[in-house]
Ligand binder design. Structure first.
Ligand SMILES: [Fe+2]
Length: 158
């Protein structure tokens, strides 16, 4: 399946959103299930951040000059948001699902990600669609899909 960069990243966002919802619906006592979901969320987000930081963001930076385009600032913001999310991911990975703080930590992560997704989908992605033509978008999508596979991403859930 050929997916352009934005379609691929949006699909990632949707997957993670679904996982966060599953956590919310999961009973606090279902610790095995919670652990599984938490692991999946952390893994999916680490891969997602990696492909954005290695392919998508640098491409936007390469195409824009400082102070010239809003997309450049949005990318810088996104890097910071990733960095904040990675700290929470590390916090989640430092405890297990039997810990009372596990679910609240996931909730905190979900709020960070919700904001990140909103920003990207409403501003950065439409901006990128103007900076790159269709072929470039497909090529970036291909590279990110390949990288996801190398990083051992879970197949998309249906
Ligand atoms: Fe993203």
């Amino acid at each position: 399946m050929k997916q352009d960069a934005v379609a691929l990243l949006k699909a990632d966002h949707k997957t993670v959103k679904g996982l966060f919802k599953d956590v919310e619906e999961c009973s606090d006592r279902a610790t095995a299930q919670l652990q599984k979901l938490g692991d999946e969320i952390c893994q999916a987000l680490k891969v997602h951040a990696e492909i954005e930081e290695k392919v998508f963001y640098p491409a936007i930076q390469a195409r824009t000059k400082r102070g010239e385009k809003e997309e450049r600032d949005l990318v810088l913001e996104s890097y910071e948001e990733h960095s904040a999310a990675k700290k929470v991911i590390a916090d989640i990975e430092a405890v297990d699902s039997t810990d009372e703080s596990f679910k609240p930590k996931i909730k905190a992560l979900s709020e960070l990600i919700e904001h990140h997704v909103k920003e990207e989908e409403s501003k950065l992605f439409p901006g990128a669609q103007e900076l790159f033509d269709e072929n470039e978008m497909l090529e970036m999508g291909r590279r990110m899909a390949e990288m996801k596979e190398q990083l051992g991403a879970q197949p998309a859930r249906v």
